[in-house]
Design a protein around this ligand. Structure first.
Ligand SMILES: [Zn+2]
Length: 204
């Protein structure tokens, strides 16, 4: 939960024929669908962010990589994904008071999750959807075919009941809701768009 601004555009903008576009052309019809999210991190890497990033990039080699853009971190697909692929599996590192970097997993439960999932940016038109997992956090599934080189993004309003610290959304998607208030504000839209891919506690 680092940024409400996706940098998809900046990844693709400089070159008309991006790496993603080339990969899509070459792989059309034979999309690679075997990517499976590895197990969550074995260590908490407290106070060692670079070590945690390096560990996540190593575990997810060939699946995704953590990029640092001027506006913050984000995740880039290193391969293509098919709808339904489990792309990332996260785990809760600690239960902690809500802040702009926590993820909500229950009415009164906010957790700090491991990398790489902690660096997934927000979009109102996400390509990843969440499901509760048995690590106290979420697994992230491809909601549609995702091309290599794309930014991996999910919708924070599918887990957060209330969002107060970011009122203006700059995700830039055609479905952008312009302001984020959480499931409390946009629940009906979120449910109709993501279906089962919302936090379990919000289905109760
Ligand atoms: Zn938006």
């Amino acid at each position: 939960m680092y940024s409400y601004r996706s940098y998809t555009t900046s990844l693709k903008a400089p070159h008309g024929t991006s790496k993603a576009a080339i990969a899509t052309t070459q792989s059309r019809g034979t999309v690679h669908c075997s990517a499976t999210a590895p197990a969550p991190a074995a260590h908490s890497f407290a106070n060692n962010l670079q070590g945690e990033i390096d560990d996540a990039n190593k575990r997810y080699s060939g699946i995704l990589k953590i990029n640092k853009a001027p506006l913050g971190y984000g995740l880039e697909a290193s391969t293509s994904f098919c709808e339904g692929d489990k792309v990332i599996s996260s785990k809760a590192l600690e239960v902690t008071p809500r802040d702009s970097h926590t993820v909500q997993t229950g009415w009164d439960r906010h957790v700090r999750i491991d990398l790489p999932a902690r660096f997934v940016n927000h979009s109102c038109e996400a390509n990843l959807g969440i499901r509760n997992n048995n690590h106290g956090a979420y697994d992230f599934f491809a909601l549609k075919e995702i091309e290599e080189g794309s930014e991996l993004i999910w919708d924070y309003e599918a887990s957060e009941y209330e969002i107060g610290s970011f009122e203006t959304c700059l995700c830039g998607s055609q479905r952008c809701r312009k302001s984020l208030g959480g499931f409390k504000k946009h629940g009906e839209q979120v449910k109709s768009y993501y279906g089962e891919y919302v936090a379990d506690y919000l289905k109760e």
